[in-house]
Design a protein around this ligand. Structure first.
Ligand code: MG
Length: 205
């Protein structure tokens, strides 16, 4: 498949006396998000969306909460690993669309800064990142931050180097055709071809 999608979701409860970090952005607020790591609900949902797009598991399988190494960890580490997994699988990020759901603080005034930070962490242009925020109307979840994220990824096209190798093979086939035609016309040697040549890719080292 050339294009795949991934979806991620996360939620964290607000806790007094903890720094608030959402989308890799430190935010002035009396409460932060409780968690084994820095509690960055947005980066966790986004990491799961990226891992999900190539079906390699979830954030918990890579970074188990039982592992003391991830206590208080910067969630950008998780996101970086997901991006590496994506590249190793032969894909690159197309775009991400993210919805935050929380009562406070208001995201509107800092949405631009948060979007720029996420684009920077993903190393993609700004127009590939969308961040929207809603309040949890009617859910009685004002003490919780939730986040949904979807990511579209696309297979990396074969490199220019590989393309030119294909060109060489094509030219070689054409060359053999020309030589056979010449032999056939000059010496009456019957043409060997009839079926297209089959390449055993295991033999190409
Ligand atoms: Mg989380």
């Amino acid at each position: 498949m050339n294009i795949r999608i991934g979806f991620g979701y996360d939620s964290h409860v607000f806790k007094p006396g903890v720094p608030l970090i959402i989308g890799g952005l430190p935010i002035e607020h009396p409460e932060g998000l409780a968690g084994h790591s820095d509690g960055d609900v947005l980066l966790h949902a986004l990491t799961d969306a990226l891992l999900g797009s190539i079906a390699v598991g979830d954030i918990g399988s890579f970074f188990p909460p039982s592992d003391p190494r991830w206590k208080g960890a910067d969630s950008a580490i998780f996101l970086n690993l997901a991006m590496e997994e994506l590249l190793n699988a032969g894909y690159r990020l197309g775009n991400v669309d993210i919805t935050l759901i929380l009562a406070r603080p208001k995201i509107g005034p800092i949405a631009g800064e948060m979007r720029a930070r996420v684009a920077e962490l993903l190393d993609v242009p700004l127009d590939r990142v969308s961040i929207k925020a809603k309040t949890p109307e009617g859910l009685n979840l004002d003490h919780v931050a939730q986040c949904h994220a979807v990511a579209m990824v696309e297979r990396v096209q074969e490199s220019e180097g590989l393309k030119s190798m294909s060109d060489v093979i094509e030219n070689q086939r054409q060359l053999e055709d020309v030589v056979e035609d010449l032999l056939s016309s000059v010496h009456g040697v019957p043409k060997k071809r009839g079926l297209p040549q089959v390449y055993d890719t295991d033999d190409i080292t």
